[in-house]
Write a new protein. Structure first.
Length: 193
C-alpha cells in the first residue's frame, strides 16, 4: 500500500480491498431482490412441497445473521438488535414491522402465518438496513478485517473477519438459490434466462 492508502485506513477510510468487500455486501439487497420479483403479501409466506423456507422468513433470517456478524466483526458482545426491526420473544411475537428473532433463527421453522412476520416491503427494508450496517462495520475495521480473528458458533471455526464477511455473501447466495427453487416449484416466471 502507498502512503495515501495507509493514511486513509488510519483515518477510518477503507482500503480498496476492504471497500470491495463492503460494496459486495451493499449490493446484496439488489441481487436478492431480483428473486423476490412477483412475490406479494400473500405469497411472502407461501411454501412448496420439499422447499425449506418462505421468502419473508429468509429476509428475517439473513437480516438477523447480518447483525450477528457485525457483532463478531466489531468484537461486540451479542446484544439487542435494532428495536424497530426485531423483537425477541417466543417466535410468534413478530408483527407487520418487526421479526421475532426466534422465528427466523437457525433451526427455526417458517410458519405460514402472515401476522407474525413483517410485510414484504418492510422485510426488504430491514434486510437492506442490515446489509448497510454490515458494510459499515467492514469499513470501520479497515484492513484489520484480514487479520482480526472471529469465531462463529459455540465451538465453530476461528477465521478472519474478512472470511466471515465473505461467508455472509455466500449465505445470501445459498438462500437466493432456495428462493429460486421456490419460484420454480410455484410455477413463477423465470428471473434468470
Amino acid at each position: 500500500m502507498d502512503a495515501v492508502s495507509d493514511r486513509r485506513t488510519e483515518m477510518g477510510h477503507a482500503s480498496p480491498a476492504v471497500e470491495q468487500i463492503a460494496l459486495m455486501i451493499e449490493e446484496l439487497p439488489t441481487l436478492l431482490g431480483r428473486f423476490l420479483v412477483g412475490f406479494n403479501e400473500l405469497t411472502r409466506i407461501a411454501q412448496a412441497p420439499n422447499m425449506p423456507n418462505h421468502v419473508i422468513w429468509t429476509l428475517g433470517h439473513l437480516s438477523l445473521y447480518h447483525h450477528r456478524s457485525v457483532e463478531r466483526i466489531l468484537r461486540l458482545e451479542p446484544g439487542p438488535l435494532p428495536e424497530g426491526d426485531f423483537v425477541t420473544a417466543d417466535g410468534r411475537a413478530g408483527d407487520a414491522w418487526r421479526f421475532d428473532t426466534e422465528s427466523v433463527c437457525f433451526s427455526s421453522t417458517p410458519i405460514a402465518d402472515s401476522a407474525i412476520y413483517p410485510t414484504l416491503e418492510r422485510g426488504i427494508e430491514i434486510h437492506t438496513a442490515a446489509c448497510g450496517r454490515l458494510a459499515a462495520s467492514v469499513r470501520e475495521v479497515g484492513d484489520e478485517l484480514f487479520v482480526r480473528q472471529v469465531e462463529w458458533g459455540t465451538s465453530g471455526p476461528r477465521f478472519s473477519a474478512a472470511i466471515l464477511a465473505m461467508r455472509i455473501v455466500h449465505h445470501v447466495g445459498s438462500h437466493a438459490g432456495q428462493i429460486l427453487d421456490l419460484r420454480r416449484a410455484r410455477g413463477m416466471p423465470r428471473v434468470i434466462n
